[in-house]
Write a protein that binds this ligand. Sequence first.
Ligand code: HEC
Length: 154
Amino acid sequence: MKLSKLTLMALIFSASAHADITLHHAITGETLDMSFAKKGGNTDVFKQFMQDGNNPYNGNKDIVEQGKSLYMTGCSGCHGHEAEGKLGPGLADDYWTYPRNATDQGLFELLFGGANGMMGPQYVNFNTDEMLKIMAFIRDIYKGDPKKAKWLTK
Ligand code: HEC
């Protein structure tokens, strides 16, 4: 079959318009298997996140409150109530063991797939939409250098 230039361009355009980002494990670099995701997390906001890797919930005060309560349930025991660090590292400063956490995509990848030791994959406890809410809370309590806040410079 011979495709006209126009058909080809239309095909490329429609493919790129729906292209999603690909998520990778923070340590192994393997593609994350999203079939592990808990039900209920594939919301419109999550779908939007999957288009460019930026968290649409950032800066939304109501969501930040919800994210805070999820964080208190699932993360504060290891990371501290103000994310100051405890068993796990602090999450409110600008030092990251894994520098990609300064981007929303990197932070999501680490939450979903986990890292080393006690930092297990969070898909066990939270759906993907809840993870974005927790991330919005973490960004909200950020105390580091604004210049290093890569998620703000899209
Ligand atoms: C059982 C304890 C535990 C729980 C629960 C836990 N973490 Fe962790 N977390 C850790 C440890 C330990 C590390 C360090 C792992 C490493 O360096 O590979 C870590 C690492 C991280 C990192 C990487 C930090 C960096 O400097 O790059 C992020 C981000 C993170 N956790 C976020 C969270 C969030 C958000 C939650 C809740 C959804 C959570 N963690 C739940 C123990 C925990």
